[in-house]
Design a protein around this ligand. Structure first.
Ligand code: DAK
Length: 258
């Protein structure tokens, strides 16, 4: 599949996906989500890639699902074509780490897409919001659930009930983003973080990701039991021996993902 609404670039062991519908502020239409899904699957199948960065432009990560595409749909349409759901979940399914590098607007589905990534690095001009209520609908791709887990009920309820946007500093205070970076340096910094992650043991990263995500899904005691089991399982990999030997020998580990 060739892409028209995203750019996919490989830099060493890192894939950079740039959402690229500048005239519509990267509004997420079917074509873009199909292309993004295809790109994520290609990256997942490509052994040379260890980490992905998803970004937009300096003005918009993504201003939401494409309202012009959605506007005329009926209930029967959205239900029968499994509207959006069919091609929206891939980012939350991939086992490889994904970083969202968010500058400008991340609204509605754009905010939801960023929250599906493993963590969010925000440009200092980033603005997050779930404005769907202003369109007579509600978040449809996990926003009411993920935002509430990130920032708590009161702030999530206020954001979703009013459609108010949160700036980068508020998002960092609230725990929505891991840190703020000057917008002009955002992508390079995200790529450099991703390059470091891509050098690490992939099996360890896979189970790490599963383990942290489990914290959102199961009670604490269950999550800790899960973590213990997958922690033990990593001792079946050569990477564990290599990582610990390298520390003792004061050298950089050479992980083989085995
Ligand atoms: N859809 C389509 N076009 C959009 C758009 C969007 N979400 N956002 C912006 N655009 C287009 C504008 O129409 C305009 O196009 P032209 O008029 O030039 O043709 C162009 O991008 C530039 O936008 P503005 O002229 O409005 O630019 P401003 O700088 O003045 O304002 C803004 C920027 C981001 C504040 C404003 O564009 C805005 O409020 N945009 C809409 C934000 C919004 O409401 N987003 C939520 C969309 S609803 C689901 C999963 C997900 C969803 C639903 C279901 N399932 C799994 C079932 C998600 C729903 C949503 O995201």
């Amino acid at each position: 599949m060739s892409y028209e609404t995203i750019l996919l670039e490989e830099r060493g062991a890192v894939a950079l996906i740039t959402l690229n519908r500048p005239k519509a502020l990267n509004a997420l239409n079917k074509q873009l989500m199909d292309e993004l899904t295809d790109a994520i699957r290609r990256i997942e199948a490509n052994d040379a890639i260890g980490c992905t960065v998803i970004t937009g432009s300096e003005k918009a990560f993504a201003a939401g699902a494409d309202i012009k595409e959605m506007q005329s749909k009926t209930y029967a349409d959205v239900m029968m074509e499994d509207f959006i759901t069919a091609n929206w979940e891939e980012v939350s399914r991939t086992r490889k780490p994904v970083i969202a590098a968010v500058a400008g607007y991340a609204l509605g589905g754009g905010c939801e897409l960023a929250m599906m990534c493993d963590f969010i690095l925000a440009g200092d001009n980033a603005r997050f919001g779930q404005p769907e209520i202003q369109l007579g609908v509600i978040p449809g791709s996990g926003g009411s659930q993920r935002l509430t887990r990130f920032v708590g009920k009161s702030k999530a309820m206020e954001m979703c009930m009013t459609g108010r946007m949160m700036d980068a500093e508020e998002a960092e205070r609230a725990g929505l983003v891991s840190r703020i970076i000057p917008t002009e340096d955002l992508v390079e910094e995200a790529m450099s973080v991703a390059a470091k992650i891509a050098e690490l043991s992939r099996p360890a990263l896979f189970v790490l990701k599963e383990s942290v995500n489990r914290a959102y899904e199961v009670p604490m005691a269950e999550g800790i039991r899960f973590e213990r089991r997958v922690f033990h399982s990593l001792f079946a990999f050569d990477d564990q021996t290599e990582g610990m030997e390298a520390f003792i020998e004061k050298r950089t580990p050479q992980f083989k993902n085995k």
